[in-house]
Design a protein around this ligand. Structure first.
Ligand code: PGA
Length: 254
């Protein structure tokens, strides 16, 4: 059975003070809800990883994640943050291949794959993001587009490596737009991804990988989306910046 996971993606929001406040409020709600079967992950900006990690220490089923890491292992790459550095401060997860990294920062599938590799080598679980832009959806080629994203990156991994991955399907046109994909859109893509994993690896692996949905998830639509077959949780941007909204989303999962 895939693990149920709800991950926050703060993106480039918050400062030291508001990061602490958001984490503090979230942990307060967590202690009241006692929902330990869902893995909760906070993807926070680099400067706050240590602080948020310390605040979450000892809290059952809550972990931090980086939002990015370098495709180089170490050396003269000014401004980069390596997987090894993240590992040295015990960061257990990292997003990789988020559409904002792909689109705004020009990350190719090769770069996404290099990052994924380095994360795994450093014992960090990659949360691999994939999803199609609006023109691809309109052309009705979204299934093959996402298949290609998988083929050019995580599907190059051996099954012993691939089994450590978390997948997040995020249709680009639904991110931060308020426009959620329909139940049919989500169900079709999640089923497709699971069947691709089955043909590439095995049915047992395919049945164990968590596939999250992301894109304008909010308290009002979370339950409906989490009830869709093959949806094992969510990756939440905007709504994760409000502790109450985020915990309401966490508590919407069965
Ligand atoms: P959103 O972002 O929830 O604000 O649409 C999701 C994401 O980018 O991970």
């Amino acid at each position: 059975m895939p693990r149920k996971i709800v991950a926050a993606n703060w993106k480039m929001n918050n400062d030291e003070y508001s990061s602490k406040k958001l984490t503090f409020d979230f942990l307060k709600y967590i202690s009241e809800s006692n929902n330990t079967k869902v893995l909760k992950i906070l993807s926070v900006p680099f400067p706050f990883l240590n602080t948020v990690t310390k605040m979450c220490e000892g809290v059952d089923s809550v972990f931090v994640s980086a939002q990015n890491s370098s495709d180089y292992s170490e050396g003269a790459y000014t401004g980069e943050v390596s997987a090894k550095m993240l590992s040295s401060i015990s960061v257990p997860f990292s997003l990789v291949g988020h559409s904002e990294r792909r689109e705004i920062f020009g990350e190719s599938d090769d770069i996404v794959f290099a990052k994924t590799r380095l994360l795994l080598e450093n014992n960090i679980t990659p949360i691999f993001c994939c999803g199609e832009p609006i023109n691809i959806r309109k052309d009705n080629t979204h299934l093959s587009f996402v298949e290609e994203q998988l083929n050019l990156s995580v599907f190059k991994l051996k099954s012993s490596e691939f089994k450590k991955i978390i997948i997040a399907y995020e249709p680009v046109w639904a991110i931060g737009t308020g426009e959620t994909a329909s139940e049919n859109d989500i169900s079709e893509m999640h089923r497709h991804i699971r069947s691709l994993i089955k043909s590439k690896y095995s049915s047992s692996l395919s049945n164990d990988i968590s596939i999250l949905y992301g894109g304008s998830l909010k308290p009002e639509n979370a339950k409906q989306i989490f009830d869709i077959k093959n949806v094992d949780g969510g990756l939440i941007g905007g709504a994760s910046l409000n502790a109450k909204d985020f915990i309401d989303i966490v508590n919407s999962i069965n």
